[in-house]
Design a protein around this ligand. Structure first.
Ligand SMILES: [Zn+2]
Ligand SMILES: [Zn+2]
Length: 135
């Protein structure tokens, strides 16, 4: 069974086969702005595993080589893709049909973390992009 996901209005639906490459929290300002939230939580999958099953996302180039996708109807942020990460698509975990099934294993870009946001977990924290979780 593939893993499925959708935007708020369900105009965009997707699926991917197999396990994610990684799952991580990103504290960078760009992700914060794109999600209008304190941080973003990503599920990184191979582009080869992934496909939209309905609709086509709108896109925004937030910095050179970085494409952020969202629903053009309801505005839900959907994903990040960057030229630094060829062959990967990074899905915002809240778009999954069941976001509970994959558990984040690290924090990246913690130098940009909001000072009032402190998760007292024991996961690895990376100043920039971690080796197993990159944005
Ligand atoms: Zn939508
Ligand atoms: Zn980020």
């Amino acid at each position: 069974m593939p893993t499925t996901g959708h935007c708020l209005c369900r105009d965009l639906t997707y699926e991917f086969e197999g396990d994610p490459l990684w799952v991580a929290y990103c504290h960078c300002e760009s992700c914060r702005r794109h999600t209008s939230s304190a941080l973003a939580t990503f599920v990184g999958v191979s582009s080869k595993q992934f496909r939209y099953t309905h609709g086509t996302p709108a896109t925004y180039t937030s910095s050179p080589g970085v494409t952020r996708s969202f629903c053009g109807k309801c505005g839900s942020p959907m994903s990040f893709a960057g030229s630094r990460f060829p062959g990967e698509i990074h899905l915002y975990i809240g778009t999954l049909t069941d976001p509970a099934v994959f558990i984040p294993t690290s924090h990246v870009h913690v130098t940009e973390r909001l000072p009032w946001f402190d998760v007292r977990d024991a996961l690895p924290r990376h100043d920039h992009s971690g080796s197993s979780s990159r944005d």
